[in-house]
Design a protein around this ligand. Structure first.
Ligand code: MN
Length: 151
């Protein structure tokens, strides 16, 4: 199979590849999120995993969620911050982030720059869980987490 070339250089407004659709991050109304797109770069049954590219536009955030499957993330555009478990981390270009099983996580872009990252996941995976009232209370028990999370 011939390579799928990038068709939008990063300095021209985003990452894109030939024959790769830019899709909604999730169905509208399915879960809280803001300004996120999703591109599935590799999705072959033989791999048993998928490689996706997510881009969070300035001011945007992914869903605050947890699940049994794990994420392996690499930042490839811009910068941002992520909640992983108990801690909020600064993210810089090319940082690697592992999200363990059953761990609350959320990614946010700053107000002046997008955050783009590759995310490797199992092809077959459980559905994300959203936080309930007691989960949110526990997450918000720490002031830094309370300021960070969007839900
Ligand atoms: Mn997730």
């Amino acid at each position: 199979m011939s390579p799928h070339r990038p068709h939008r250089p990063p300095d021209e407004g985003g990452f894109g590849w030939d024959e790769v659709d830019v899709m909604a991050y999730k169905q509208e109304g399915e879960a809280p999120f803001r300004h996120v797109t999703r591109q599935v770069l590799f999705d072959h049954p033989e791999l048993a995993c998928q490689l996706r590219y997510f881009e969070v536009a300035p001011g945007g955030h992914t869903t605050l969620e947890r699940h049994e499957h794990v994420h392996a993330v690499m930042v490839v555009r811009g910068r941002g911050r992520a909640l992983v478990g108990d801690a909020v981390h600064e993210l810089a270009l090319n940082d690697l982030v592992q999200v363990p099983a059953s761990t609350w996580h959320q990614f946010r872009a700053p107000d002046d720059e997008p955050l783009g990252f590759l995310c490797l996941v199992n092809a077959e995976r459980d559905r994300p869980q959203l936080p309930g009232v007691s989960d949110l209370a526990a997450l918000r028990s720490d002031p830094e987490r309370a300021r960070f999370i969007r839900h």
